[in-house]
Design a binder for this molecule. Structure first.
Ligand code: HSE
Length: 407
C-alpha cells in the first residue's frame, strides 16, 4: 500500500482528493499499487464528505508518519507551505505540488534538498493547470537547446480579456465572473497584475535554461491598464490583446524574461486561445516550435496533473526523476535589445503638434486618427526597441501608452 497525504483542501486539494478516491481502481491498476489517501491537512472542518474521517489539522502527524511516502502540497503561498515541504523532503517523503509561488521562489533549493534525500519533488500542475508541459520539457524535448518560450499562462486574465474583446464587458464585471467560476486566485492581484504568469514563466525558463530565474528578475506588467479603447484600436490594427509571458535566450546566452499585455496578430495561433485556456509555445533548436494547449486553471484540470505526478512518484520511489535546475545569479537574466514593433497610443491637447511630431519622428507612417479624442494610435516600423523608444520620447504628447506586439 502507498499512503498519501494531501496538505490543503481548497479548490485544487478537493479535486485531488476526489480524483484519488473516485478513480482509485484506475489509478491502482495503472501503478500496480493500492494508493490510499491517509490524511488531508486543513484547519477547516469538512463534514458530510465520504472522506471526512481523513481530515487532520496538525502537520506533525504527517511529518512523523513513516508510512507516508508521498505528500501533496496544494495549500498555496509560501508560508507555511515552504517549511512543510522542506520537512517532508528532508524526512524522505516525495512531494508533489501545484504551488507556483513556492516553485518560482524556492525551486532550486527544494530540488536540491530532494536530490540529497533521494526523493522526488514534482510540480507539473504549477504551470498550465492540466496541460502537460513540465514533463514534455524534461523528457520529450530534452535533446533540444531551448531558445524561446512564450505563451498565455494565466487563465483568469485570458478570460477577462476575452470577455472584454467578445462581449465588450468591462474589466470589473469580467473579473467577478472569473472569480465566480473559481479561476482567479484568492487575491486577484496575483492574476491581474501578472504575478501568477510571472511565476509560471520563471519555472519554465529555469527548466529550459538550467538556472533559477526569480520573479524579481522578470519585467512584469498586468492587464489593469488595458481599456476597451485599447481593445478596439488593436482590433482595427488586426490584433487582439493577450497577457504574454516570454523568456528568450540570445545568441550570446543573455536571457530576457517578461510578462506583459501584448498585441497578438490575429493570424498568430496564440490569438485564438480564448477563455480560461492557456497555450505555451516552446522553440527548440531541433524540434522548432511546439505548442501545448489546454485548460490552464480549474479544479479537476489541475487535479489531473497533480495526481499524475503522484503516480509518477509511485513509479520512482527508489529513483529520481530528471527535473533539475541550479541556483541562479543576478546577472543570469539580462535584458537585451531586440528588434520589435510597438503599439503607441498618444494623446495631446495640442493635437496638430502631436501629429507634426509623429511625422518628424517616424516619417510618413499610417496612424489611426482620433481627433475627437485628441488621440493618435499607430504601429511603429520594425527596429531595435531602444531606437523606437528614442523616437517615441520625442512625441509632443501629454500621455503615451506603449505595448509590445507579437506577429
Ligand atoms: N489563477 C490561475 C489562472 C490559476 O487563472 O491561471 C491557475 O494557476
Amino acid at each position: 500500500m502507498i499512503n498519501v497525504a494531501i496538505m490543503g483542501h481548497g479548490t485544487v486539494g478537493s479535486g485531488v482528493a476526489e480524483l484519488l478516491i473516485n478513480n482509485k481502481n484506475r489509478i491502482d491498476n495503472a501503478v500496480k499499487e493500492d494508493v490510499f489517501v491517509k490524511y488531508i491537512l486543513d484547519l477547516r472542518k469538512f463534514e458530510g464528505l465520504s472522506y471526512s474521517d481523513k481530515f487532520i489539522d496538525n502537520f506533525e502527524l504527517i511529518a512523523n508518519d513513516r508510512d507516508i511516502k508521498i505528500v501533496v502540497e496544494v495549500m498555496g503561498g509560501i508560508n507555511p507551505a515552504y517549511d512543510f515541504v522542506k520537512r517532508c523532503l528532508e524526512g524522505g517523503k516525495s512531494v508533489v505540488t501545484s504551488n507556483k509561488e513556492l516553485v518560482a521562489s524556492k525551486g532550486a533549493e527544494l530540488i536540491s534538498i530532494a536530490e540529497k534525500n533521494n526523493v522526488n519533488f514534482l510540480f507539473e500542475a504549477s504551470v498550465g493547470g492540466g496541460i502537460p508541459i513540465i514533463r514534455p520539457m524534461t523528457q520529450c524535448l530534452l535533446a533540444n537547446k531551448i531558445t524561446e518560450i512564450k505563451g498565455i499562462l494565466n487563465g483568469t486574465t485570458n478570460y477577462i480579456l476575452n470577455k472584454m474583446i467578445v462581449d465588450n464587458m468591462d474589466f470589473d464585471a469580467a473579473l467577478k465572473l472569473a472569480q465566480d467560476n473559481g479561476f482567479a486566485e484568492k487575491n486577484p492581484a496575483a492574476d491581474i497584475e501578472g504575478h501568477d504568469a510571472c511565476r509560471k514563466i520563471c519555472i519554465l525558463a529555469s527548466l529550459a535554461f538550467g538556472k533559477h530565474i526569480y520573479p524579481e528578475q522578470v519585467k512584469t506588467e498586468g492587464i489593469t491598464d488595458i481599456t476597451l479603447e485599447d481593445i478596439d484600436y488593436a482590433d482595427k490594427l488586426g490584433f487582439v490583446i493577450k497577457l504574454i509571458g516570454m523568456a528568450k535566450k540570445s545568441n550570446n546566452d543573455s536571457i530576457s524574461a517578461s510578462v506583459r499585455p501584448t498585441l497578438v496578430k490575429k493570424s498568430n495561433l496564440l490569438s485564438q486561445v480564448n477563455g480560461v485556456f492557456n497555450a505555451i509555445s516552446v522553440t527548440g533548436d531541433a524540434v522548432d516550435e511546439v505548442v501545448f494547449y489546454g485548460k490552464g486553471a480549474g479544479k479537476m484540470a489541475t487535479a489531473s496533473a497533480v495526481v499524475a505526478d503522484v503516480m509518477d512518484c509511485i513509479g520512482h520511489l527508489d529513483s529520481r526523476k530528471n527535473i533539475y535546475w541550479t541556483d541562479g545569479s543576478k546577472s543570469f537574466v539580462k535584458e537585451f535589445d531586440q528588434k520589435t514593433v510597438l503599439y503607441v497610443r498618444a494623446s495631446a491637447l495640442n493635437y496638430d503638434s502631436l501629429v507634426g511630431s509623429l511625422k518628424n519622428a517616424f516619417g510618413d507612417i499610417d496612424f489611426i486618427d482620433n481627433k475627437q479624442a485628441n488621440e493618435i494610435v499607430f504601429l511603429t516600423c520594425e527596429d531595435f526597441e531602444s531606437e523606437l523608444n528614442k523616437k517615441i520620447s520625442t512625441l509632443n504628447a501629454d500621455s503615451i501608452k506603449v505595448l509590445h506586439t507579437l506577429n
